[in-house]
Design a protein around this ligand. Structure first.
Ligand code: 5GP
Length: 191
């Protein structure tokens, strides 16, 4: 009997909490972990590749995929739609290894409804003030989009109790280590 059990991990939290960076760092150590490629209607950013970072779809294509029942979940996040394709989840689960979905809070709760055995991990910024500074530091926000992201973050923080674990991203090295421990503990069925 194997000592560990593959898990479906959902990692989410407010925009700017650093979940993308944390997931990348964790996967650099845990190269066995799968990651689903989401679909989105937003434009690719510099360096992003279709089919690698996201499946970039037009609005009509995205609507057609909803209609066809292709999504496990999808959500409107800020100005665009994002969704997890069932084919991506199936492809990764078929490998028999644990899998990460890095998605927004609405999507995370929808996945928990559909897959009650999924493990939800909330990546929390140390404070809303730190989050604000990080979002400003990214340089990609207008005053309006900054206000929207902070407002969304406040409501998302209120849903943190619905998660199985919370990792505060106060320091990247420390938070990466903690996330690795949390993943491992769940795979060992210790919690
Ligand atoms: P970004 O545009 O910065 O890549 O992502 C914006 C937000 O969309 C992030 O919070 C990210 O986690 C979320 N997101 C990415 N893919 C999905 C998905 O498939 N479903 C949901 N619900 N959110 C997603």
């Amino acid at each position: 009997m194997s000592l560990t059990e593959p898990k479906l991990f959902v990692i989410s939290g407010p925009s700017g909490a650093g979940k993308g960076t944390l997931v990348a760092r964790v996967r650099a150590v845990r190269t066995d972990l799968g990651l689903t490629v989401s679909a989105t209607t937003r434009e690719p950013r510099a360096g992003e590749i279709d089919g690698v970072n996201y499946y970039f779809l037009t609005d009509d294509e995205f609507s057609a995929r909803i209609e066809a029942g292709d999504f496990v979940e999808w959500a409107q996040v800020h100005d665009h739609r994002y969704g997890t394709l069932a084919s991506e989840v199936d492809r990764n689960l078929a490998t028999g290894q644990s899998l990460i979905l890095e998605i927004d809070v609405q999507g995370a709760l929808a996945v928990k409804e559909r897959f009650p055995e999924a493990v939800l991990i909330f990546i929390e910024p140390p404070s809303l003030e730190v989050l604000r500074e990080r979002l400003i530091g990214r340089g990609s926000e207008t005053p309006e989009s900054l206000a929207l992201r902070l407002h969304t973050a406040e409501s998302e923080m209120q849903l943190r109790d619905r998660y199985d674990d919370i990792v505060v991203n106060d320091d990247l090295d420390r938070a990466t280590d903690e996330l690795l421990v949390v993943l491992n503990a769940h795979e060992r069925n210790a919690c």
